[in-house]
Each structure stands twice: as C-alpha cells, then as structure tokens.
Design a binder for this molecule. Sequence first.
Ligand SMILES: [Zn+2]
Ligand SMILES: [Zn+2]
Length: 89
Amino acid sequence: MNVIERTPYRTNPKPIFILGFDYCMDQDGFFKCNKCFRRYKRRHGVVQHQRYECGKSPQFKCGVCSRTFAHKASLKYHVKCLHMTQKDS
Ligand SMILES: [Zn+2]
Ligand SMILES: [Zn+2]
C-alpha cells in the first residue's frame, strides 16, 4: 500500500526570477526587492521599481533646469509646477 506523504506546505518567501529582475514574495504576499528590500503590494510595483529606481540614477531629465527624476510622472509634475510659463504640446 502506497502512502503518499504530504510535505507540509509552508509559505516560504520564494525568490522569483524574471529576466533582469531580482525580487521575492514576502510572507505577507508583498513583493520584495532583493537589492534594497523595498516592498510592493503589486508585482508591477517592484518591477517598475527595479526597472527605473533600484540602483539606478534617475533617468528622466528636465530639459529646462537639468534636474533628474526617477519617475516620468515626477518630472511631469515638476515641469508643470515650475516651468509652466510656456505651453507645449
Ligand atoms: Zn530595490
Ligand atoms: Zn526643471
């Protein structure tokens, strides 16, 4: 008689490997960056974080004052707030 032994399933944080990204799932279901240990609720969040932020210098540069931003949205906001004198399309 065969007895199938069930290994107790525990939700260990498992590393998830996706091309160029390095994060794992937390016990709370959060996605955790393996490099700086920031946590994100959504996978998209940690992917975006690693693509644009983690270990990288800000990529979005203001064409007016040369300030750099990690997020495109931040740059947009910056331009909107500080350089709103000119209208661009
Ligand atoms: Zn990170
Ligand atoms: Zn600027």
